[in-house]
Design a protein around this ligand. Structure first.
Ligand code: NAG
Ligand code: NAG
Length: 308
């Protein structure tokens, strides 16, 4: 409770100075629109587009493999590309469905710690607790194994803000984890664009306060918003949340620029449209398109002004 009021005071006092601004990152897929695995040159083209339209020099990936589990050896392609472009990578692995060892091997093969600061950290899993595809016990074991294999690297995991907030991930918060990525989508909470930023800030404030309370510290764990975003033209609606590039741009200016001003690091989901991506199953059990969430289209053209 004491920490919660400290958080509130800290947020209320947060200056809008550039020095205190959060770091903007982008979620980047690891396949091309024809379904092939991205190679170093594809990632380089991605990073050039991001760097020439934003001040971001940070990206995250999700998996060493493609969405069907075929090997892409993403670590060996994305890290050299990032190094050449001056971008940092939060490297993701996707342990769901017994794939932990298969996902870990390409990270070892790439000898990722040789890249120094280019490697921002490694995340094990994304929203697996929320989906129920693994449990806390497995996740803690994987996080520990990654930490002992890569002792000089920040290790963390990403999950939905409400799982970080409601006690179901407290054992992970206290497991010695370095990075907590809390995902928050006002869109998936079926919010009208007019209430979206308020909903997003509320989600992030609750998750951050809970992580601070449980860890007993304001900053022992690096808290980031692991994903936020809004679908552009061609996307599906979710209740009062209407897809469209106009709304996507509004959400960027208000929610993304706003949270960065408060000093919280965040990843925009996602950099580029993925017209080849399989549909996602929404909270209501219905299929929803995840193809048009990019702030750039699939040919890397910006959809709107991403400056804050
Ligand atoms: C926490 O939230 C998740 C996602 O909504 C839910 O599945 C889970 O049952 C909740 N756990 C608790 C302890 O409330
Ligand atoms: C708007 O967002 C706030 C914060 O999450 C929430 O309490 C409120 O119910 C939302 N309003 C509507 C109309 O959904």
């Amino acid at each position: 409770m004491q920490l919660r009021s400290l958080v509130t005071a800290a947020l209320a006092a947060a200056p809008v100075a550039v020095s205190a601004a959060g770091q903007l990152g982008f979620a980047v897929g690891n396949t091309n629109t024809d379904g092939s695995c991205k190679k170093q040159s594809d990632f380089e083209a991605d990073f050039k587009a991001i760097k020439s339209n934003t001040h971001s020099t940070l990206i995250r990936t999700y998996s060493s493999s493609d969405q069907f589990g075929n090997p892409c050896n993403t670590p060996s392609e994305v890290l050299p590309a990032a190094k050449s472009q001056g971008v940092q990578v939060l490297l993701g692995m996707w342990p769901d469905g017994g794939a932990y060892d298969k996902e870990k091997k390409p990270i070892q093969d790439a000898d990722v710690e040789q890249y120094g600061d280019t490697l921002f950290g490694i995340t094990v899993g994304s929203e697996g607790m929320y989906r129920g595809t693994y449990d806390a016990k497995s996740l803690i074991a994987w996080l520990g194994d990654m930490k002992s294999t890569f002792p000089n690297t920040k290790i963390g995991t990403a999950d939905s803000w409400n799982c970080w907030n409601n006690g179901s991930m407290d054992s992970i918060i206290t497991s010695g984890i370095d990075l907590v990525l809390a995902n928050g989508f006002a869109y998936w909470q079926y919010q009208d664009i007019g209430n979206a930023t308020k909903t997003y800030f509320d989600d992030m404030a609750q998750a951050l306060a809970h992580v601070q309370e449980v860890s007993g510290s304001l900053d022992s764990i690096h808290f980031m918003n692991g994903e936020t975003g809004w679908p552009g033209d061609g996307g599906s609606d979710a209740g009062a949340a209407k897809a469209g590039t106009q709304n996507e741009a509004t959400y960027w200016k208000s929610a993304v620029c706003g949270l960065l001003d408060w000093g919280v690091d965040l990843f925009w989901f996602e950099a580029f449209d993925e017209p080849n991506k399989a549909d996602a199953i929404g909270d209501n059990g219905q299929k929803a398109s995840e193809k048009y969430w990019g702030s750039f289209d699939s040919s890397r053209k910006p959809k709107f002004d991403m400056k804050c």
